[in-house]
Design a protein around this ligand. Structure first.
Ligand SMILES: NC(=O)c1ccc[n+]([C@@H]2O[C@H](COP(=O)([O-])OP(=O)(O)OC[C@H]3O[C@@H](n4cnc5c(N)ncnc54)[C@H](OP(=O)(O)O)[C@@H]3O)[C@@H](O)[C@H]2O)c1
Length: 274
């Protein structure tokens, strides 16, 4: 098979199950996550199941955008081809916290970090035959407050998280218009650590309604590897079933506005570091 696949949030429930599934199918993996120990554990599980698997791990905190950029530059140097990038990392914070750059954490980890990663790797992905970008999100209907995207004036944790999942949809569809093959993926409810900071009631309700990550991993592997998903573009899939994204996410004006704003933030941060 010999496909190179980059997965972010590879230590999480969905990310690690998808990594194991893709390794079984012969992919060369680049796994990104913030915790070295957990990454080693995932790598160990993969090697146990698939001893010949080629697995590279990179420790990157997505709250640190300069670190994301450096990781992307290293990947670009070492990998002339990237057949798929799975933007899967995400975090839920119960209160408003800031990164070392002074940006709201959820918006940075869930949206700006994949934006930065893709910006650096754009040409590598574009030049790889049959490549695709897959952004893991949810059917969020929360609109982006473009006047206050970092929640400086008003902050509600669930709303802010929902806005990042909308940002994932807008980003995925914009990429499809910008010259890459790009899809948004909805896993359905899955047992994971994602809502560890949410109130206990929400945690119990979602836990009871959630399924195992293995089924998701199988579906995501199919979308990652089957040629038919490189022949279509800009779609939203619940596992392997096409679903309709909210009208707001499909509106090119919203996609463009978020794109321009993200670029502005990233350029401003880079200018500050020079
Ligand atoms: N679970 C669901 O029901 C559900 C439903 C719809 C959509 N989704 C989406 O599915 C994706 C995967 O979520 P999951 O449920 O598998 O959650 P999870 O188990 O919490 O996995 C999230 C991953 O993101 C990583 N991450 C968090 N903050 C990070 C940071 N600052 N830097 C780098 N990596 C960071 C986590 O690392 P650590 O292991 O170190 O925390 C973990 O590897 C997310 O995009 C989520 O929005 C999930």
């Amino acid at each position: 098979m010999n496909q190179t696949v980059l997965i972010t949030g590879a230590t999480g429930a969905i990310g690690s199950a998808t990594a194991r599934s893709l390794a079984r199918q012969g992919c060369q993996l680049i796994l990104l996550a913030r915790n070295q120990e957990k990454l080693e554990e995932v790598k160990g599980q993969i090697r146990q199941e698939t001893p010949a698997a080629e697995v590279k791990t990179l420790v990157v905190d997505f709250a640190e955008l300069h670190a994301v950029k450096n990781a992307a530059l290293n990947i670009q140097k070492d990998h002339p081809e990237l057949h798929a990038v799975i933007h899967n990392a995400a975090i839920f914070k119960s209160s408003r916290t800031l990164t070392s750059d002074g940006l709201e954490t959820m918006f940075t980890v869930n949206h700006l970090a994949p934006f930065m990663l893709t910006k650096v790797l754009f040409e590598t992905i574009q030049q790889t035959r049959g490549s695709r970008i897959l952004t893991v999100t949810a059917p969020s209907t929360t609109q982006i407050n473009f006047q206050d995207p970092m929640g400086e004036q008003r902050f509600n944790a669930l709303n802010a998280f929902g806005a990042t999942k909308m940002a994932n949809l807008l980003f995925a569809f914009k990429l499809g218009r910008a010259g890459l093959t790009s899809h948004a993926l909805h896993p359905g409810l899955v047992r994971s650590e994602l809502l560890r900071e949410a109130n206990p009631f929400l945690q119990i309700v979602t836990f009871l309604a959630s399924g195992s990550p293995e089924k998701v991993a199988q579906a995501f592997s199919e979308v990652t590897l089957q040629p038919k998903y490189a022949q279509s573009n800009g779609q939203f899939w619940h596992l392997t079933k096409p679903i309709q994204a909210p009208a707001y996410a499909r509106d090119p004006r919203n996609q463009d506005e978020l794109w321009d704003l993200s670029l502005k933030w990233i350029n401003t941060l880079e200018a500050r570091r020079r």
